[in-house]
Design a protein around this ligand. Structure first.
Ligand SMILES: Nc1nc2c(ncn2[C@@H]2O[C@H](COP(=O)(O)OP(=O)(O)O)[C@@H](O)[C@H]2O)c(=O)[nH]1
Ligand SMILES: [Mg+2]
Length: 159
């Protein structure tokens, strides 16, 4: 979709159903009268499908927010019990090593603030999800993991 679409200031409805569109331009958020944006049956990756499923307003909000860098991400540590996931996390956070580290049960959610490698005034926030690796928890992993990572856990691959 060309960015010049913003010149159609009276536009209220855009229907792009059944196309091969994989990204929407941020420019459509500048259309002052846009009420309905219909994008059913498109291979959209931007915004991601879970946002698209929520409807027009959420799509527009997502496109507007994308202009501001968020510097936040999720870090998942998965793998068999006792391979050193929790210790690795301590090491990354520059905490002390505990050779009696207790086994993690369920999932321990925490944060890791780290400096941006090139932008001195930016601190990135990682939400860390440290999973208990015991077999008993494997059935619940599917609710948190998708795609290749989940495949690895299911096959017992030490990630
Ligand atoms: N010697 C040694 N022990 C480690 C290392 N990493 C973890 N451990 C120990 O191995 C055990 C399991 O580690 P832990 O981080 O709890 O593994 P997790 O179950 O995968 O989270 C703990 O007793 C740790 O102290 C390592 O690099 N060297
Ligand atoms: Mg652990």
């Amino acid at each position: 979709m060309p960015p010049e679409i913003t010149q159609l200031s009276q536009l209220k409805v855009i229907s792009l159903d059944n196309n091969h569109i994989n990204a929407l331009p941020e420019e459509i958020t500048h259309l002052p009268n846009l009420k309905v944006l219909s994008v059913y049956k498109n291979p959209l990756i931007f915004p991601p499908p879970e946002i698209v499923a929520q409807g027009t307003q959420e799509i527009l909000t997502y496109l507007r927010l994308d202009k501001q860098p968020q510097w936040a991400a999720k870090l998942l540590l998965v793998g068999e019990d006792g391979v050193g996931k929790t210790s690795l996390l301590h090491q990354l956070r520059e905490e002390t090593f505990d050779n009696q580290e207790d086994s993690t049960h369920g999932v321990a959610v925490d944060t890791w603030a780290l400096k941006h490698p090139t932008q001195a005034n930016v601190t990135m926030q990682l939400k860390t999800w440290d999973f208990g690796g015991q077999t008993i928890y494997h059935a619940t992993h599917q609710f948190f993991l998708t795609g290749l990572v989940y495949f690895g856990v299911e096959c017992g691959i030490r990630l």
